[in-house]
Design a protein around this ligand. Sequence first.
Ligand SMILES: Cc1cc2nc3c(=O)[nH]c(=O)nc-3n(C[C@H](O)[C@H](O)[C@H](O)COP(=O)(O)O)c2cc1C
Length: 449
Amino acid sequence: MESQMLRASLEKLKKNGELMICDVAVDPKFELGAVLKYYKNERPILFNRVRGSNIPVVGALFGNRKIYYDMLGIHHEERIAKFADAIANPKPAKLVRDGPVMENIITRNIDLERMLPTPTFHEKDSSSFITAGMLVIRDPDTGRNYISIRRFQINGGNEMSILIASPLLRRQFERLESKNKPLEVAIVLGYDYSLLLASQISSETYGVDKYEIDSALRGEPLELVKCHTVDLEVPAYAEYVFEGMIVPNKREDEGPFGELMGYYGPKGSHPIVEIKAVMHRNNPIFQTAFPCREEHLSNGLIREVELYSDVKRLVDVRDVNVTIGGGCRFHGVVSINKKSEGDGKSAIIGALSSSKDLKHVVIVDRDINIFKNEDVELAIATRVQSSKDIVIIPDALGSGLDPSHNIRGVTDKLGIDATKPLGDEGINFSRACIPHFEEININKYFPNI
Ligand SMILES: Cc1cc2nc3c(=O)[nH]c(=O)nc-3n(C[C@H](O)[C@H](O)[C@H](O)COP(=O)(O)O)c2cc1C
């Protein structure tokens, strides 16, 4: 269905006035990324002229919450129920015989560097990187489709390096590797909002077929075609599919690479992918993701489902925000309907147990807007007494994307109960308001401005 994948998204973004188009020639080395970064990766941009290539590049598609909701056709308030429902009720994808991604199939003389306008983003990056590549494998244990975004360093010829950060994927590959067998992969570019969201669900936690989650989310079967050289299925309307294998018992230098928190991940010895075939649409569009916090919004949206569910086990939760500032993983703000003294602390327990990555959480009352930093700060400034309201759990397991964790190998977790007391004491926290403030028509007072 032409309504699926990147081209359909670009059409809709254009119609909504959300797509910026750059017709000035840009250098894929540093310049393209600089333009994306200037807009904080929240403005989707199509670069029609990229030096050294005749292939357009699109980036910053997925870093803005409002655009994400619009593209999924949902409202903020319904997101958690909708995503949780898709995870709980997967729907089958549909295998079709043919699709636009098969319009061109290349199996010889594959030179990825020459073929693609792959950007280099940061000064010390070891090479150019495919940063938005969706890795497709078949889970060797369950036979389910396992998709996730990974980074791929362009090495020359038909070879890329892959950083396998996921313990599950690493185990799966190493099991095959111990028998000197490769892991068949496909890398997809040119997906859309629904498929990216589905890809961010943890395989380890849910053990689901992520294509089926996508079909449930989009409300119609995701259309798939068979790959040309590997036993995998890929979206029929994608822009590019790179087919190949992670080679056993071979490692090459990968990195340094400027990662999402704005630090360089170090050089290391990592597996390589050999590409055997490239399928692409006519006039393909190359999809990229500037490595930064905003680009991980889709990951944060899934973490919000987990944070919400884990706090809900204990208290009446209203809404949650896994913030962009915290890399869509380290920081959570939770709004609760406090009903008993102790709810704030219980919410901290639920929140910090929701993910090893969640490092700091603030619990607030319903009158605080958790998407407004000043409002959250007001709650911390006026409702917290440190001797009572701060919980610190020393030496827990944290995230390898946090250098302060990596130095020690463990991380301290912090919960701040910024809720006000119930009962008579709560009256001191009634917020001053002006009746009908929201309805004020300011033009009436300053007609000439
Ligand atoms: C733009 C973007 C880039 C990402 N880059 C990587 C990466 O380079 N390596 C990695 O392990 N995860 C990366 N991720 C996160 C994984 O795709 C994500 O954690 C996914 O859920 C992994 O699936 P799994 O938990 O089932 O293994 C990225 C996510 C996004 C949105």
